[in-house]
Design a binder for this molecule. Sequence first.
Ligand code: NDP
Length: 284
Amino acid sequence: MTARVIDGVKLAAKIREDVAHRAAHLTAAGMKPGLAVILVGSDPASQVYVKNKVAACEKAGLHSVLEQYPSDMTQESLLERVRALNVDPAIHGILVQLPLPPHIDSHRVIEAIAAQKDVDGFHISNAGLLMTGKPLFRPCTPYGVMKMLEAEQVPIRGAVAVVIGASNIVGKPMAMLLQSAGATVTICNSKTKDLGWHTRHADIVVVATGKPKMIDASMVKAGAIVIDVGINRNAEGKLCGDVDFESVKTVAGAITPVPGGVGPMTIAMLLVNTVEAAERAQQR
Ligand code: NDP
């Protein structure tokens, strides 16, 4: 068996096209959707991520602002910038790129973002809304995974899903979205005993650990859907996921590649969340 490869680049392009139409409609009505991205410090991976996010906004006709600050920026100055953006009518979404330098308390900064502009969906009130099944913003990466499953017409209701990784930004919201859609969900972490026992029972496996190639064919049920969120660099410096793609594609029903899988979807869903924020602002 060779798995169907789920093309995240193609699906993301389709979603971005839809975003561009919605943005044009809003702009014509005098409400051009705007995203502010704040980067503190000079982490090379973060610099690439924020540039890609801003470029995607511009391509889809959104207004975007990139604010870059040195790594010694004080927490108070950062909070002041967030408060100013909270009341800026041209800005509908605010994203503070993580990780922040160690002297800044990320939780305090995220909590300072107005919940209606928290397009990453990390604010505690947005996490609570997601948990109670009434999300305002779905965190972009898990939201992108749900869109991929939907596009592939993967049955979720009644499915057994295993999410490996329990972070606040990927694993936990992923599990919430799958369970809201009717899956029976297990969340695994680094202390999970016999991980393969869990994954071999799963119809859907989502891997988000940051551990290259930790899932191989022996851990996957024939025909399962395998979604690889991980972004790692191998010994040759090439991008790779948390799943051993070559091995797992021989048993899975469908699989996402790295690169070209979940990554492009994350950016597309950030644009969706920003447009949704502007549409809500228009209705207020
Ligand atoms: P974190 O480091 O915050 O969390 C990793 C999680 O994986 C933790 O819950 C950890 O368990 C668990 N874990 C680690 N090792 C194992 C193991 N051997 N077995 C089972 N569970 C394990 O990472 P993130 O959630 O932020 O990111 C995960 C990956 O996804 C990274 O590669 C990151 O780069 C990528 N990513 C990709 C995105 C995209 O757009 N494609 C977006 C965001 C992230 P414990 O809780 O016990 O520590």
